[in-house]
Design a protein around this ligand. Structure first.
Ligand SMILES: Nc1ncnc2c1ncn2[C@@H]1O[C@H](COP(=O)(O)OP(=O)(O)OP(=O)(O)O)[C@@H](O)[C@H]1O
Ligand SMILES: [Mg+2]
Length: 255
């Protein structure tokens, strides 16, 4: 299903991250939300290096800082203190335009609630980022069709989100996240609203993206089994990393 992956990508990435080959490198990252009356220290000195090609699961109780960490990694929010280097480049020094480019072109986001536009077809949802990017019509069509093939939904391209199952909607959202060929996919509880069968399909898609296409996947999950099957599990508690376990190669499915 992912046979047309991007060959040679891993070798290229290894040269282009931080000195240690990390694509994502946080050092001493703190995040304090200041709402006026109270200050919440959501992240307390987080050090984290993620290599290209890694499939990382982030786990931890509600309020432990998982989404805060994802927002910082995705350049949707900035750290209060500390350093975040993305492919070796300090994010704090980047211009607003550069940050927007990174968010649009280099990072794909997948959310628990899919965030598809309900008035558009599945096809149009996936095409949207390519329209924003100014891709020509033919390139758009070829890319969108190949993405639907990759997520196994070629026969649902003309459906609207309301006509799709949760698992199908999430696969459309993954296709959309992949539209601009991002190196990094960030998924915040992508299986949180799915039944176990659909969750398994979506997990399998992420595992293959890491294994066969060399993308970096960071996924927040409450599912203990998925976290164990990712190749690395990071546990947050009260804004700190309290566990960082390597599991080895990612099994895409139990079969
Ligand atoms: N925008 C905000 N303003 C103020 N406080 C916030 C904000 N976002 C998050 N927080 C606080 O920061 C802490 C971490 O929140 P975060 O959303 O990162 O947790 P989480 O691990 O993703 O939890 P969940 O599993 O419930 O999604 C919480 O105490 C939360 O109340
Ligand atoms: Mg969260």
């Amino acid at each position: 299903m992912f046979g047309n992956g991007r060959n040679g990508r891993n070798g290229a990435e290894a040269n282009d991250g931080a000195g240690d080959g990390a694509v994502i490198a946080l050092a001493g990252v703190r995040k304090v939300y200041d709402t006026g009356a109270v200050k919440v220290e959501a992240l307390r000195r987080v050090d984290l290096a993620i290599k290209p090609n890694e499939f990382v699961a982030i786990v931890g109780p509600s309020g432990s800082g998982k989404s805060t960490l994802m927002n910082i990694i995705g350049c949707l929010d900035t750290a209060t203190e500390g350093s975040y280097r993305l492919r070796g480049e300090e994010v704090a020094g980047m211009s607003i335009d550069r940050l927007a480019d990174i968010r649009n072109q280099r990072i794909g986001f997948v959310f628990q609630n899919f965030n598809l536009l309900p008035q558009l077809t599945a096809y149009e949802n996936v095409e949207m980022p390519l329209l924003f990017k100014g891709a020509p019509a033919r390139a758009r069509r070829e890319r969108v069709e190949s993405l639907f093939e990759q997520v196994g939904l070629t026969d649902r391209m003309q459906h609207r989100p309301v006509e799709l199952s949760g698992g199908q909607m999430q696969r459309v959202a993954i296709a959309r996240a992949l539209a601009c060929e991002p190196d990094i996919i960030l998924a915040d509880e992508p299986t949180g609203n799915l039944d176990s069968r659909n969750a398994e399909t979506v997990f399998g898609v992420f595992a293959r993206l890491a294994r066969e296409q060399g993308r970096t996947i960071v996924m927040v999950t409450h599912d203990v089994d998925f976290a164990r099957r990712a190749d690395r599990q990071i546990r947050l508690r009260d804004g700190r990393i309290v566990e960082d376990t390597l599991h080895g190669p990612v099994p895409a499915s139990r079969a």
